[in-house]
Design a protein around this ligand. Structure first.
Ligand SMILES: C[S@@+](CC[C@H](N)C(=O)[O-])C[C@H]1O[C@@H](n2cnc3c(N)ncnc32)[C@H](O)[C@@H]1O
Length: 423
């Protein structure tokens, strides 16, 4: 009998994750990797699902889906929190996001996994929770397993019932199911809400607050858990909150501190050592369109129509470049301006300056949803007076390179031409 069963049977408070909701997570394996999962008692995946694995707590319930044989194995309990490289040698280093597991009894194999997962709308990025987890566990009861060869030793009804009681007890207060977002795969990002998950990220009443999923995507693309992320113009602290939720270290500064963990500081001089930071995220003012505060050094009081605006932000870029480690990324969110019948391509201006110091990585178009001008009156004005409301922002992603200073204007692009056959 495993340690885990002893915990359950004795119903003692030593049950891991005591008091916290118990969630169910589904891992995938192939015919190639299945054996190693069971020999090492380690379930693992790559960075794509890192945000899910790092949320697993000791005491959560786990299942393993062999996608080649369409089988689902249960019932396992996590005996470690999910983490990175718990076992460096496992899976030849291909699957660094890992969790240690224990079977709750002899292994049960259920066929037709795809059908069962579809029946419960069970996806790898959504933990099974509350009633859905209980119904899912029910599939492992002996009465459903009559046709399965190795189900004779199946986990007893009694064990599943005890586990179900534990889940009900721990989940009593919780009725929110947290969907864990997958990272974006295209250069068009559209987030309907400012925040994600159960906890608040930043303050959605703060003028110009950043959609938290922009930072989430940057973090999961360009850093690993434990890395240091810096936001030199942190406003209401969205970057700090996302970093905490995703297990990164964070330092947030602003010219006016809005909460105790934001350090009052001018972004043109960041109090950090050279080459010490793993990623910088910055959502700077886009000109003087938003009134953030009256601080005399607030760059948001300078018009984007003046060269001075870009000169001052260039000083911030130089600092970001100095503190970043070699090869590490910076994400700069910026929007264009249309004021008093004048269009100003602020994004291109910022990109031009960034390219004096950094190597371009990519440009993301972020849908601008929560504009104050997103009203029928403004949409009608835009049509009648022949101008456009701002529909998107740029997320400019660049990287510090070992050669340090590059210049986009001088970049030689190796265009690839593809021959077309039969035309
Ligand atoms: C678009 S807001 C940032 C929003 C923030 N990411 C959030 O989610 O709440 C831009 C911020 O830049 C700050 N700022 C302007 N000039 C600054 C300077 N010289 N140094 C540091 N921060 C500055 C403003 O106070 C404002 O909070």
């Amino acid at each position: 009998m495993t340690e885990a069963i002893t915990y359950l049977k004795s119903n003692q408070s030593i049950f891991p994750g005591e008091g916290k909701p118990i969630r169910g997570f589904i891992f995938a394996c192939t015919d190639k990797s299945e054996r190693e999962c069971f020999e090492r008692l380690l379930f693992a995946t790559d960075k794509m699902y890192g945000s899910i694995v790092t949320r697993i707590r000791k005491g959560d319930i786990l299942f393993l889906n062999n996608v080649d044989t369409d089988t689902i194995y249960g019932i396992f309990m996590s005996v470690s929190d999910g983490g990175v490289n718990i076992d460096h040698h496992a899976f030849n280093g291909r699957y660094p996001y890992q969790v240690k597991v224990e079977p709750l009894a002899n292994r049960i194999a259920i066929p037709n996994a795809r059908k069962i997962l579809a029946k419960f709308s069970a996806r790898r990025n959504t933990p099974l929770f509350g009633e859905r987890l209980l119904y899912f566990l029910d599939e492992f009861r002996p009465k459903h397993l009559a046709l399965v060869k190795d189900s004779q030793d199946a986990t007893s009804d009694e064990l599943i019932s005890k586990l179900a009681d534990k889940i009900r007890a721990n989940n009593a207060e919780v009725d929110i199911e947290e969907e864990i977002p997958l990272i974006e795969s295209t250069t068009f990002w559209d987030f309907p809400k400012q925040s994600y998950g159960i906890t608040k990220k930043g303050n959605n009443k703060y003028p110009g607050v950043t959609p938290a999923l922009i930072i989430y995507n940057m973090i999961w693309r360009y850093t690993d858990p434990g890395d240091l992320v810096v936001d030199p113009m942190c406003g209401s602290g969205t970057t700090i909150d996302v970093c905490l939720a995703e297990k990164r270290k964070a330092k947030g500064y602003d010219i006016v501190s809005t909460r105790p963990d934001i350090i009052q500081n001018d972004a043109r001089k960041i109090p950090l050592e050279d080459n010490s930071v793993d990623m910088v995220f910055i959502d700077s003012p886009y000109g003087d369109n938003i009134k953030y505060n009256n601080h005399p050094d607030n760059i948001g009081n300078i018009s984007a129509e003046s060269e001075n605006f870009y000169d001052e932000l260039e000083k911030v870029m130089v600092e970001c470049h100095r503190i970043l480690k070699d090869g590490k990324a910076l994400g700069w969110l910026i929007g264009d301006q249309w004021v008093k019948r004048e269009f100003t391509p602020v994004g291109f201006g910022i990109y031009d300056r960034l390219c004096k110091y950094f190597e371009p990585v990519d440009i993301i178009c972020v849908n601008r949803r929560s504009q104050s001008s997103n009203t029928d009156v403004w949409h009608n004005r835009a049509r009648r007076f022949n101008f456009y409301l701002r529909g998107f922002k740029y997320l400019l992603i660049v990287r510090k390179t070992s050669t340090s200073v590059t210049n986009c204007n001088n970049r030689k692009i190796q265009w690839a031409y593809y021959e077309r056959s039969g035309q």
